[in-house]
Design a protein around this ligand. Sequence first.
Ligand code: PEP
Ligand code: MN
Length: 349
Amino acid sequence: MVVVMSPDATDEDVAAVVARVEGVGGEAFVSKGVVRTIIGLVGDIESFHHLNLRTLSGVADVHRISDPYKLVSRQHHPDRSTVWVGAPGRQVPIGPDSFTFLAGPCAVETPEQTLAAAQMAKGAGATILRGGAYKPRTSPYAFQGLGVRGLEILADVGRATGLPVVTEIVDARDVAVVAEHADMLQIGTRNMANFGLLQAVGEAGKPVLLKRGMTATIEEWLMAAEYIAQRGNLDVVLCERGIRTFEPATRNTLDLSAVPVVQATSHLPVIVDPSHAAGRKDLVVPLSRAAIAVGADGIIVDVHPEPETALCDGPQALLGNDLRELAQAVRRLPPAVGRVDAAELTRTA
Ligand code: PEP
Ligand code: MN
């Protein structure tokens, strides 16, 4: 941490800062410039925060040098992490060496629809199945998901197709039942800053897919991951799914720069959801190609056997030629950026 004194700060002001820092066991290194004095602090940063140094006479500014998140930062964990998803016997990696394709219906509607979507996903090369049983809808009148019945259907279809499953959790009271049925717990954009829910999934013993809040900065998103990590769960995969901007042509603006920014600052894997970013199926393939090229560790895409009857997000669901085109991109492009298909690294022992 660095304290910048104002040009008119007195020697007493500087001494007062040094005394307070030393009072909590820290060290203060004073550097006098021609106009300003700066003071470098070494020690426990949290104890410095409690000093409220900004309120002292002569202090112009206080800057943090290290990341505000610790457990998810690369500062203390330089190697990028791989998160393994699935029960022992079939675990799919999401991490820096592989490219992982996750796909499935936005919502679980019926056993037949979920199985058909899972077969489409698997046929296109997906190795993890997605499907919502609890849907966080903007309107309370919209389909809210099948709840526990949806979890059962998803788990059955996961077993039938051999795909680990990821599903969203919207209420901390449902953590146990969701963790019982799913291999990975998803926190959606609307709950990224629901800190009680983050802590609850941090204790659930399953990997977490943490979507970026639609108005969250990258730092806020990583702080949300820190809440999960702090509860002992470092198996967190981040997911960029678009942010709110002034541009109405797409549902959200996909912030692809977030991928390399996150990878430079955090060791956690980061994937991209082009479906929820765009909200339109014609953009899903080009955005998926871009996500692969920018170095994402995977993509998660909506597919549906009958988008016209889908209860949720039909306009962005792929099938037919679009899905074939996506399958081809997912097969061909990752090797060009040094990735192998997650299926090749899947642990089956
Ligand atoms: C979803 O993946 O089903 C979903 C609701 O996504 P998001 O939270 O990104 O809107
Ligand atoms: Mn959706």
